[in-house]
Design a protein around this ligand. Structure first.
Ligand SMILES: Nc1ncnc2c1ncn2[C@@H]1O[C@H](COP(=O)(O)OP(=O)(O)OP(=O)(O)O)[C@@H](O)[C@H]1O
Length: 445
C-alpha cells in the first residue's frame, strides 16, 4: 500500500504509547512525528506541515480530569482552527468526550486503542484536513476575484485577456512581461483561476527576495540533518504546489547558476530535496514574470537563452497604464469603492479625473491604487483631488525607450524628493520597500 503524503503529530507523555502509535501510523502516512511535551505543539506546527493531531488528554499524574487536553485543544484551535484533532484518553467519560467535541475535536479515542480504529480515525481526519484546505483556497479565490477589476475597454488589454483565457486551459509555460505594477501577479492568478488546476494550490515565489543560498531549500525542500538548521524533513514550495500552479516572479533577477538549476527543473519536472537522493515528480504548471527586458539580458549574456525559450512558450506583454487610459476611470471607481468600504466613507468623488487620465503613471495600477488610498485617508472632504509628483511629467516617462534607465532615473528622483526616506519613496513609486531596496542594490544607489 502506498503511503499517504500527510503529516501526523502525536502528543503523549507516555513514551511507550508514543512509540507504538508512531510505528503503526508510519505504515500509512509519510511523516509521523511524536512529542511528549505538549508545550512543544505550537512550535512543531510551525516547523512542519501537519494534517492531523492525536492528542492525549492527561499529561501529569494525579491530573486525570482531561483539563490539560482541553486546554491544549483550544490552544491549537486558536492558531489553526482547521486542523483536525483526535483526543485520546484512558478515562473514557462520555461527558469529557462531548466537551472535547464541542470545543472542536474531530474524534475521541479510548486507550488502549484498536489499531484499525485508530488508523480509520486518523485517515478520516487527514481527509477532513484536505477538504478544509480546499475550502479555504476556494474562499480565497472568491475573495481574490472581487479584489480586481478585470473588464477592460482597452483594445490592447482585451487582446491580452483573450490570450490569457486561451492559454489558461493548457499547461503551457507563460511568461508575463510588463513594468512594475502593471498587474503581472493579478494576471498569473487569473490564469490559475481559469485553469483546470483552480482548486489546487497557487504558489507565488518571489525570486527577487530569495537569497542565493536559500534558493534550493525554499524551492526543493530538504531532508532532516541536511544542514545545521534542518531539524525535520521539509517539502519545498514546488512540492507544496503539487497539482497546482507555481508562479515564479522576478525571474530576471536570477543569477546564472540558479538559472541552470531552474532550467533542469523545468525540463525534467523532477527534483530532489537537499540531502536526499530520492527523486520526486510534482505535477505543477509554471508561470513566470519579470519587469526586466529578458531579450536584452539574453543578448548581454546575463540570462540563459535556453531558459528564455523554455519559459516563453507563450509571452504576454502587459501594457503600462498610460497605454490603456480607457481603463483609468473604471479602475479609479473600483479603488474608490474598495477604500470607501475599508475606511468607512461614502459618496467619494475624484475631482481631477481629466488630469488623472493624462498622467503618465510610472508606477502603473499600483501607483493609482496607492494614490487613491493615501488621499482617502488624508482627505476630510468627499471630493478628492489626487496629487501626483509634478517632477515626473508624462513626457519624461515616455521619452526614453530604455526601461532600465527610466527605472533608475525615477528611483533617483523619488529618493531625492523624499530625502532618502525609503518608505515615502517606495510609496510614491508604487513599490514595496523590499522591491525598492532590491532595485537600489541593482543600480548601486
Ligand atoms: N485589474 C486590476 N484590478 C484591480 N487591482 C489591480 C489590477 N491589476 C493590478 N492591480 C493592483 O495593482 C497592484 C500591482 O499589481 P501586481 O502586483 O499584480 O503588479 P506586478 O506587475 O506584479 O508588479 P511588480 O512587477 O512590481 O511585482 C496590486 O495592488 C494589485 O492588486
Amino acid at each position: 500500500m502506498r503511503k499517504k503524503e500527510a503529516g501526523i503529530l502525536i502528543v503523549d507523555d507516555d513514551e511507550d504509547i508514543l512509540f507504538s502509535a508512531r510505528v503503526w501510523l508510519k505504515k500509512f502516512f509519510t511523516n509521523v512525528i511524536g512529542i511528549s511535551a505538549p508545550q512543544k505543539i505550537l512550535s512543531t506546527l510551525n516547523e512542519n506541515e501537519i494534517d492531523a493531531i492525536l492528542l492525549d488528554m492527561n499529561f501529569r499524574r494525579g491530573f486525570e480530569d482531561g483539563k490539560e487536553g482541553l486546554y491544549w485543544l483550544s490552544e491549537i484551535k486558536e492558531v489553526n482552527p482547521n486542523i483536525p484533532v483526535i483526543l485520546m484518553t484512558a478515562y473514557g467519560e462520555v461527558e469529557l468526550a462531548v466537551e472535547a467535541l464541542k470545543k472542536g475535536a474531530t474524534d475521541f479515542i479510548l486507550k488502549p486503542w484498536n489499531n484499525e480504529k485508530l488508523y480509520a480515525s486518523v485517515n478520516l481526519a487527514v481527509d477532513i484536513s484536505r477538504k478544509n484546505k480546499k475550502l479555504s483556497q476556494w474562499e480565497n479565490l472568491q475573495e481574490s476575484t472581487q479584489n480586481y477589476r478585470l473588464e477592460s475597454q482597452s483594445p490592447t488589454m482585451i487582446l491580452v485577456m483573450n490570450t490569457l483565457l486561451k492559454v489558461a486551459k493548457t499547461d503551457a509555460n507563460v511568461l508575463l512581461l510588463g513594468e512594475n505594477g502593471t498587474g503581472k501577479y493579478v494576471m498569473a492568478d487569473y490564469i490559475h483561476q481559469h485553469s483546470q488546476r483552480k482548486n489546487e494550490p497557487f504558489v507565488h515565489i518571489d525570486l527577487g527576495s530569495i537569497s542565493e543560498n536559500l534558493f534550493e531549500a525554499e524551492l526543493f525542500g530538504y531532508a532532516k540533518g541536511a544542514f545545521t538548521d534542518a531539524k525535520t524533513d521539509k517539502a519545498g514550495k514546488i512540492e507544496n504546489a503539487d497539482g497546482g500552479t507555481v508562479f515564479l516572479d522576478e525571474i530576471g533577477n536570477l543569477s546564472l547558476p540558479l538559472q541552470q538549476k531552474l532550467l533542469t527543473l523545468i525540463q525534467t519536472k523532477k527534483l530532489s530535496r537537499i540531502g536526499e537522493t530520492k527523486e520526486r515528480f510534482p505535477n505543477v504548471r509554471f508561470l513566470f514574470a519579470t519587469n526586466a527586458e529578458l531579450r536584452k539580458l539574453v543578448a548581454e549574456g546575463k540570462f540563459r537563452e535556453d531558459l528564455y525559450f523554455r519559459i516563453n512558450t507563450v509571452e504576454v506583454n502587459l501594457p503600462p497604464l498610460r497605454d490603456r487610459k480607457e481603463d483609468i476611470p473604471a479602475l479609479t471607481e473600483f479603488f474608490l469603492t474598495k477604500f470607501e468600504k475599508k475606511y468607512n466613507k461614502e459618496n467619494l468623488e475624484i475631482e481631477n479625473m481629466e488630469e488623472l487620465v493624462n498622467y503618465g503613471f510610472p508606477g502603473n495600477i499600483r501607483e493609482l491604487e496607492h494614490s487613491i488610498e493615501r488621499e482617502i485617508i488624508l482627505s476630510d472632504s468627499s471630493k478628492i483631488q489626487l496629487k501626483f509628483d509634478s517632477s515626473k511629467p508624462e513626457n519624461e516617462t515616455v521619452s526614453s525607450l530604455n526601461l532600465e534607465e527610466m527605472e533608475e532615473k525615477l528611483i533617483k528622483n523619488a529618493l531625492k524628493k523624499y530625502q532618502g526616506n525609503i518608505s515615502a519613496a517606495a510609496d510614491a513609486l508604487g513599490l514595496s520597500r523590499a522591491a525598492l531596496y532590491r532595485r537600489m542594490e541593482k543600480f548601486g544607489l
